[in-house]
Design a protein around this ligand. Structure first.
Ligand SMILES: Cc1ncc(COP(=O)(O)O)c(C=O)c1O
Length: 390
């Protein structure tokens, strides 16, 4: 059982706002912010390289904490400044040949899809997009039938920015293994809110962001790459941290996921994220997942009772992300009105999710995304305020 009162007392942001924009960025625990600030203080006083040396163990905790969270090896984790960059580093490290095929879903995150379009144009690749069925989930049959001899990668988003349905990652991983195809999972919205096990998911790559459900600082993210897969990849960018310069003309990649990292980074933010992951592990991911699902089903039930509100999620596998429209009110206008009464929600723009929201007549949609520190009282107040809006 989570001690919600204690958790909220450790989360200063809870005092002033109802924060239902955790899928955008969640509220940092006090201890995470303190770690960052204390580290910056040390940089100021003793010098930046010296502070990094002093905090070596905290930097190392980043890898240990993520390997525990994702059930993988420390050497399979890299620190990257955000999820989009981690995702791009992964796809560009694959040895592509013209005519190769990539399978993705229509729920794919907009920046990822742009990355796919760009890669496909530069390397003459084919993109196949699998739609979600009536049940809100990507059809596994359709996905498997789309695999052919040229398919090299399945790149899917676990929980979309604009849809809270949880896609069946382990079943997709099984299909990828069966057909010997690489599997990249965008876990940006799932990491920190549901239990992720890279062995169970059977993915080659998994990426995420620190500021969302992990409650870390902005400008942080990570990339997991399975050790067996590392051996067949070629990172596109190198520095003296990701590779060794052996001789004037020769070099070799680091023999770990470090081959994707850059030596120069925001150490304060990195150890802030390490602290956030530690905080999560003391609470227990399963307890967190259960609490979020409980709150989210209560919110969905409340929204469904409002006659002019339409909830977009369709599956039986729901997360903390709940998207909806309210008849007669534009999504941006609704967000602004709620902001005036100290409630944070967000807007998912149709133009950023063209494959998904683009096919519906709804236009932009609103997103309320709950974390475990939110409460039933906050949900009731949100529903009351929403009901009043015209
Ligand atoms: C599903 C998904 N993937 C990727 C991203 C991009 O994350 P970042 O901003 O850390 O690059 C987001 C951001 O909202 C997202 O929702």
């Amino acid at each position: 059982m989570l001690d919600i009162e204690k958790i909220r007392s450790e989360t200063p942001g809870c005092k002033t706002k109802i924060h239902f924009d955790n899928a955008g960025g969640s509220l940092n625990p006090r201890h995470v912010t303190a770690t960052v600030v204390n580290y910056l203080d040390r940089e100021q006083v003793i010098g930046s390289y010296e502070a990094a040396e002093e905090a070596k163990h905290l930097v190392d905790n980043f890898y240990t904490n993520f390997s525990n969270l994702l059930n993988c090896n420390k050497s399979e984790i890299s620190f990257i400044e955000n999820s989009t960059r981690a995702w791009e580093l992964a796809i560009h490290s694959i040895n592509w040949a013209p005519g190769d095929q990539i399978i993705t879903g229509e729920n794919e995150y907009g920046s990822n899809y742009l990355g796919l379009l760009h890669l496909a144009r530069r390397k003459s690749l084919r993109i196949v997009t699998i739609p979600a069925g009536e049940d809100g989930l990507i059809s596994l049959n359709h996905l498997e039938q789309s695999i052919n001899a040229r398919t090299k990668l399945i790149a899917l988003t676990h929980i979309a920015s604009q849809r809270g349905d949880i896609q069946p990652a382990p079943s997709i991983g099984e299909i990828a293994r069966k057909h010997n195809v690489l599997f990249l999972l965008d876990a940006c919205q799932s990491v920190g809110q549901i239990n992720l096990d890279t062995k169970e998911i059977n993915c080659d790559f998994l990426c995420g962001s620190g500021r969302k459900y992990l409650r870390g600082p902005r400008g942080t993210g990570f990339l997991f790459v399975k050790s067996k897969t590392l051996k067949i990849l070629e990172p596109i960018f190198l520095d003296l941290h990701s590779a060794t310069w052996n001789d004037v003309e020769s070099y070799e990649f680091a023999k770990s996921a470090r081959m994707f990292e850059c030596w120069e980074r925001n150490v304060a933010a990195m150890i802030g994220l390490a602290t956030a992951v530690e905080y999560l592990s003391t609470l227990g991911v399963v307890a967190v997942e259960n609490r979020i699902k409980q709150l989210s089903s209560s919110l969905t039930a409340g929204l469904s009772k409002l006659k002019d509100v339409n909830v977009l999620e369709k599956s039986n596998f729901r997360s903390g992300i709940v998207t909806f429209t309210k008849g007669g009110i534009d999504a941006t206008n609704l967000k602004e009105k709620l902001s005036k009464v100290n409630i944070n929600i967000s807007v998912c723009k149709k133009e950023n999710a063209r494959l998904d929201l683009g096919k519906e007549s709804t236009g932009d949609v609103n997103r309320a995304s709950l974390h475990y520190y939110n409460t039933q009282q906050e949900i009731s107040r949100f529903l009351q305020e929403l009901k009043k809006l015209k």
